[in-house]
Design a binder for this molecule. Structure first.
Ligand code: SAH
Length: 350
């Protein structure tokens, strides 16, 4: 089915016509903001499905983990979610916290007006933020980020005959949007051990993701609290180019039809971990595989309980459990990393 062009395509063309080629990170940031701004990307009729949309068990178990840590820490705390999508994870997590008598104030960091509206239907009394900068400063934060960091813009660098250059996006009527190495040498951005890599090697990193991680770790150090980051990604940084586009559950060319497909990159957990560890008084655990984590925090028990209460849903629950934990599904590609501030316990299962 042909998809109509998004207005951001004209904006990107105009920007390039005016300034010359733009960094991939700029292209990705603008394309993704446009992509999320005006529709619901989730589910069978959308582009992709995330873990909380697969099963209520995912958010419920996260809620129990938060409740457990919060009880041990004592005092006040706020629930914070970065990029809550439809609000499904928050609803499931808050319901299981409420069952044990915990009802935190809710803060969502969300830029999409369209998704904010769906979240407001689910959790009307939440407070919305454009960025993490306006989150409360006077209370410990329990921060959840599921499939958020993968949407952060990445920079890419390519080794050319002349040395390392940033990869930029150009545009013309024949090729459309296409990559081209920039003019400026960028050796200083490349880790020492990669500088001599062979020609055409690509080094990818996300300054936005690392910066965000550092600033949230600083918050946890100063205010207390915890953070759980769940995303698909890798644990060493030699993955090269991982930028991909997904449209209607299939991979697409990342530079075709900006604003109409979801642009993501694998999350570099070793870079995020280093960024968090650079902040004093914050403890970092993981990453571990999502499947192992869900098993250790009790997905089997929860699946059994739900099956006993709803025998008619047995097959659906078994399939959802498999989808979340099986190595060939989301079990090993997705990873979980935990941060804890002073006087907060380590995230269980990590
Ligand atoms: N966590 C949800 C949704 C993941 S999709 C789930 O697991 O189902 C990514 C989410 O992050 C969307 O809600 C999107 O609108 C939001 N988002 C993407 N980039 C963002 C940014 N820079 N600032 C705030 N929200 C962003």
């Amino acid at each position: 089915m042909p998809i109509e062009q998004h207005a951001v395509e004209d904006e990107l063309q105009a920007l390039i016509a005016e300034n010359g080629p733009i960094p991939i990170s700029r292209f990705m940031g603008l394309a993704n903001a446009a992509y999320y701004s005006d529709h619901d990307p989730f589910g069978a009729s959308g582009d992709f499905i995330t873990a909380p949309e697969v099963s209520q068990m995912f958010g419920e178990l996260i809620g129990l983990v938060l409740a457990d840590c919060w009880r041990q820490a004592g005092g006040e705390a706020a629930y914070v979610e970065l990029g809550p999508g439809r609000g499904t994870l928050a609803v499931d997590a808050l319901r299981s916290m409420s069952l044990v008598g915990l009802d935190p104030p809710v803060h969502f960091v969300e830029t999409s007006p369209f998704l904010r509206a769906s979240q407001a239907e689910m959790i009307p009394n939440a407070t919305w933020h454009d960025t993490t900068a306006t989150l409360p400063t006077d209370v410990p934060l329990m921060i959840i980020a599921n499939e958020f960091f993968d949407a952060m813009p990445v920079e890419q660098y390519v080794k050319t005959m002349l040395g390392w250059r940033e990869l930029m996006i150009r545009h013309d009527d024949i090729d459309g949007f296409a990559t081209v190495p920039g003019q400026v040498p960028t050796e200083d951005k490349i880790p020492l051990d990669l500088r001599d890599a062979h020609t055409a090697s690509v080094y990818e990193q996300s300054s936005a993701a690392r910066g965000l991680m550092r600033s949230l770790a600083r918050r946890l150090a100063a205010q207390g609290g915890m953070m759980i980051v769940i995303d698909y990604g890798y644990h060493d940084r030699f993955a090269g180019d991982t930028l991909q586009a997904v449209h209607a559950h299939a991979y697409a060319d990342p530079f075709i039809r900006p604003g109409r497909s979801d642009l993501t990159a694998h999350v570099d957990f070793s870079a995020l971990k280093k960024a968090a560890q650079s902040i004093k008084h914050v403890r970092v655990r993981g990453p571990v595989d999502q499947g192992d984590w869900l098993v250790s925090i009790g997905i089997d028990l929860r699946a059994d309980q739900l099956t006993r209460a709803n025998p008619g849903r047995a097959a659906e629950l078994a399939a959802a459990r498999m989808r979340l934990i099986h190595p060939e599904q989301m079990g090993t590609l997705f990873k979980v990393m935990g941060l804890s501030g002073p006087h907060w316990p380590a995230v269980p299962g990590l």
